[in-house]
Design a protein around this ligand. Structure first.
Ligand code: LFR
Length: 471
């Protein structure tokens, strides 16, 4: 076939983009139709996502995409776990940001009923205080869940606003903590024990499913070319889409999907629910085509973006590429911090927190901005390397190569340090793996390409060969 064009909407914690992808058996050409910042808003009750703004910018980006090409389909992915409550068509309140501190109450309330080990035995997830299940229990305690007849994760919400079809896409649903890791179905038993009414759990759908045509008022807003546009369900958890586009040619690989977070692990056929894995903080998230993403959340470039935000608030522009280059040249040893320390999770003055962490652990804090950046990158590389080796140990998988995809692949210092810390070659890129994985799943559903994940990955290798960093 001649292939065709799809639009991939990829919403990240700091920015969103609408990418146009032309896909055929030999081609994967991705261009940017629109890019926009994602700026959380703090109000009296806490930290929220501006979902209306994100939706408006997604619409404007799709209009741009439709003007630029003959777009057959659009698919939406975003970060995981966060959601809107709805009653009928009406959204109840503004969705919270997973970095809002309110989740602590939810963790305590859930663990009082279902202890951590029991929770893991059902959902197979790394304990992250913001997993949806903890947030929903806060809503229940606050009396808000009573009024809701469903919750929709962010990509499902936008798909609903575009098409009027409400569903729970399975890869993202696996991050809620309410999906059974073995069956891939909602654990209604767990929900019941936690006082979460079964009605709020929407029917599950898999990546590749048709989500329908645009609602008439949406099509009218997007203009002429939108008439035949449909929405296709993709791996709506951004990490699931990124893993689809890991340019791996064999099975002996680990991946790092590095943006705001560093998601580090391997792909499995079945969940790995051992206690050792739970203790090591590994998660079993659902991938596209029923694969399992066995990985650990490492804090990621959040440490760097929050540092830059702090320095900018101090006054003046920050030349990040320049700082990263300078960090690459720092010759004196820098402290290695525990990037996974929960103290680094909430927004705030990251350089001050890094200094505080060093003082508390009796090590000399980094003294210059370049040294702070070096500390962050070397500490991330150290965590990435340890996590890759741990994943290999826990699964009995041989890992000979590390694939690093996402925005972090642009950071040569991070790639070099990761290769050095792990003793393994790092293959960096593509930077836009998430948009590519999103687009590939749509293209396959529409018949522009065919085959299993290995075939889709072979297309990525052929069109976007990664850059190698030797240990
Ligand atoms: C990455 C990501 C991670 C998830 C975190 C919070 O963008 O989706 O996979 O743990 O954001 O949702």
């Amino acid at each position: 076939t001649g292939g065709g064009t799809v639009a991939a909407v990829d919403l990240g914690a700091t920015s969103g983009r609408v990418m146009l992808a032309h896909v055929s058996a030999r081609e994967l050409a991705v261009t940017e139709a629109a890019r926009f910042p994602n700026t959380p808003v703090r109000t009296i009750d806490g930290l929220h996502w501006d979902v209306l703004g994100l939706y408006a910018r997604t619409l404007a980006g799709l209009a741009e995409a439709v003007r630029a090409g003959d777009v057959a389909s659009a698919g939406i992915d975003s970060w995981a776990v966060d959601y809107a409550l709805l009653r009928g068509t009406r959204m109840l309140g503004v969705p919270f940001h997973y970095r809002d501190e309110r989740t602590a109450r939810g963790v305590a309330a859930v663990h009082a009923v279902v202890p951590p080990a029991e929770l893991f035995a059902v959902n197979g997830l790394q304990h992250l205080p913001f997993n949806t299940v903890f947030q929903l229990v806060v809503d229940r305690l606050d009396g808000v869940l009573d009024a809701a007849d469903r919750f929709l994760l962010v990509p499902d919400l936008l798909t609903y606003w575009l098409t009027g079809t409400a569903a729970a896409e399975r890869t993202n649903a696996s991050t809620t903590g309410l999906l059974d890791a073995r069956t891939g179905e909602w654990s209604t038993g767990l929900a019941r024990r936690l006082g979460i009414p079964g009605r709020v759990l929407q029917p599950l759908v898999d990546p590749g499913a048709d989500a329908g045509p645009l609602l008439p008022h949406v099509a009218a807003q997007l203009g002429e070319g939108a008439a035949r546009l449909r929405v296709t369900t993709v791996g709506s958890h951004d990490t699931a889409s990124a893993v689809v586009a890991v340019p791996a040619t064999d099975a002996d690989v680990a991946y790092i999907s590095c943006g705001t977070w560093g998601l580090v692990g391997v792909e499995l056929e079945h969940p790995e629910l051992s206690d050792a894995g739970r203790a090591a903080g590994f998660t079993n998230e659902r991938g596209v085509d029923g694969r399992v993403r066995y990985l650990h959340n490492v804090m990621g470039l959040w440490l760097l973006s929050e540092s830059v935000r702090t320095w900018e608030a101090d006054g003046g522009e920050v030349d990040l590429p320049g700082l990263v280059r300078a960090a690459g040249q720092v010759a004196d040893p820098v402290p290695i911090i525990d990037v996974d320390d929960p103290g680094f999770l909430p927004p705030g003055d990251m350089p001050a927190r890094i200094t505080g962490w060093c003082r508390a652990h009796g090590v000399e804090p980094p003294a210059t901005r370049a040294a702070v950046v070096r500390t962050i990158l070397a500490s991330l590389a150290d965590a990435f390397a340890r996590t890759v080796h741990r994943a290999a140990e826990l699964t009995g998988r041989r890992v000979r190569t590390i694939h690093l995809v996402g925005g972090g692949a642009r950071n040569a210092v991070l790639c070099r340090l990761t290769a050095a810390s792990s003793g393994l070659p790092v293959l960096a890129g593509p930077v836009e793996a998430t948009a590519m994985g999103n687009a590939l799943v749509q293209a396959r559903a529409l018949g522009f390409v065919s085959g299993d994940l290995e075939a889709l990955r072979a297309l990525v290798v052929a069109t976007h060969p990664p850059q190698e960093f030797r240990p």
